[in-house]
Design a protein around this ligand. Structure first.
Ligand code: EPU
Length: 412
């Protein structure tokens, strides 16, 4: 692998920021919005709710002057759980929302009880009927104290989007500290909201009566950037990953260095190298944690990197209970992995024993791990169901081809 790849805007920042355009009527300008299946789904949802939008390159303008609905239908929510992010802004703007309850998904049960319990503290009553959550503000939205058992990214975002319009002060404790939450706080602040504590787990929101539209840039996708740094380790060679924010990737960079890769870090780019002399990487253990810990969204890709390491790597998944769906597929290439509860034990094998095979993608990050493994393996790896990949990676095959990797996207 040789050359450069440019990172797109973050999917998991674009989704809440697009939802936030529902909060106050007007025209918003969002820069660096990745063109992905998930962002298209969110734009479709905004349209169903009455907003209109236009895309010019990576800039999206949303006009939310006329909201005509407050319902996120099952057909959309079942394809993208993040549709629940319209709950907060709709409660903040019209005091009512009806959103299909997302079911479980490949990576776990993923309930939304934190969202609903949090809204309750702000004076929202919710009930479940016909598979839909109906949430309604009783009287007026009022500030309250919210505490999460586990820091939840989308629950923190949903609560923030309602609390900015609530009367008085809202405190969110054990809030998620992910950079995507920070990006949303920046947008809400540009809209006139008062939020203190960005980047910490203690957020204080002082509600305001009126908000106004804003212009904002989506932060670079740290998971996409991380996937390419890992891919460089799997394929060997030297890869410059540009348009990223390495400060969001500290946990991964530390682990890649511990495994024996060289990572040069600059303000907005990284150069990742692994010698192609055949020396295997060292086995390294990881434990997924909320930010700034090692991200669960890079666990599958890191596991793929460890397949040919020297030694035994133990991978603990602590965020989602079923995020090892890629293991059975990786085994088809020859990988030696044993699952023990929330841990996967990877015993490194010599590279010549990792051999391409037809495999099936099961979820977004699992798909990315199959691409990483396919780059490391000899022969051809054919990945089916790549629509999962299209949910979160913009032009992945094209970007990888620029680095000399033999990756081709054919009809699924
Ligand atoms: N949880 C609950 N109840 C809730 C909310 C969360 O029990 O009401 C639990 C979850 O089951 C999980 C933990 O809390 O065990 C943390 O989950 P979190 O709520 O933070 O996840 P999320 O907000 O649904 C976002 C990302 C995910 C990413 C996780 C963790 C978006 C749109 N999605 O999901 O991204 O894995 O945070 O970092 O921001 C992906 O991009 O592939 C992806 C799955």
């Amino acid at each position: 692998m040789q050359g450069k790849v440019a990172v797109s805007g973050a999917k998991n920042a674009a989704l809440p920021l697009l939802a936030a355009t529902l909060l106050a009527p007007g025209t918003y300008t969002l820069h660096n919005v990745p063109d992905l299946r998930d962002t298209r789904t969110m734009l479709k949802l905004l349209q169903i709710l009455g907003a209109s939008w236009e895309r010019d390159g990576s800039t999206v303008q949303v006009n939310s002057v006329n909201l005509t609905g407050a319902e996120a239908p099952y057909e959309l929510v079942k394809t993208m759980r993040a549709s629940v992010l319209v709950l907060g802004p709709l409660l903040g703007r019209v005091g009512y929302a009806r959103v299909s309850l997302p079911g479980g998904c490949a990576i776990g049960a993923r309930p939304i009880d934190y969202h609903l319990n949090g809204f309750q503290q702000l004076g929202v009553v919710s009930s479940l009927e016909g598979g839909y959550v109906e949430a309604r503000v009783q009287g007026e939205l009022t500030g309250g104290k919210v505490w999460f058992d586990i820091p939840s990214v989308t629950a923190t975002e949903n609560l923030l989007m309602a609390a900015v319009k609530a009367k008085g002060e809202t405190i969110i404790q054990n809030a998620a500290k992910e950079p995507e939450v920070g990006n949303l706080i920046d947008m809400l602040t540009a809209m006139g909201a008062e939020i203190k504590g960005k980047g910490t787990d203690f957020l204080t929101v002082t509600g305001v009566k009126e908000l106004h539209p804003a212009t904002i840039s989506i932060i670079p996708d740290r998971i996409e950037a991380g996937t390419y740094l890992i891919a460089a380790g799997a394929a060997g060679g030297s890869l410059e990953v540009t348009d990223c924010d390495p400060s969001h990737l500290t946990a991964l960079i530390e682990k890649l260095r511990a495994a024996g890769m060289q990572i040069e870090v600059y303000a907005d780019r990284c150069i990742a190298s692994r010698s192609v002399d055949g020396t295997p990487l060292r086995a390294v253990d990881i434990t997924t944690m909320p930010y700034p810990g090692f991200p669960t969204d890079l666990q599958a890709q890191f596991m793929a990197l460890m397949l040919c390491c020297n030694g035994v790597s133990i991978i603990h998944e602590t965020i989602f209970e079923n995020r090892f769906m890629h293991v059975a597929e990786l085994r088809r290439l020859g990988a030696e992995i044993v699952i023990d509860g929330g841990s996967a034990v990877v015993t490194g094998i010599p590279r010549e024993r990792l051999i391409g095979a037809p495999v099936m993608a099961t979820d977004l990050r699992a798909s990315a791990s199959l691409v990483v493994a396919g780059l490391a393996a000899s022969g051809t790896t054919e990945i089916s169901r790549i629509y999962h990949l299209e949910r979160g990676y913009e032009k992945m095959a094209e970007k990888l081809r620029q680095t000399g990797a033999a990756v081709e996207q054919v009809a699924d």
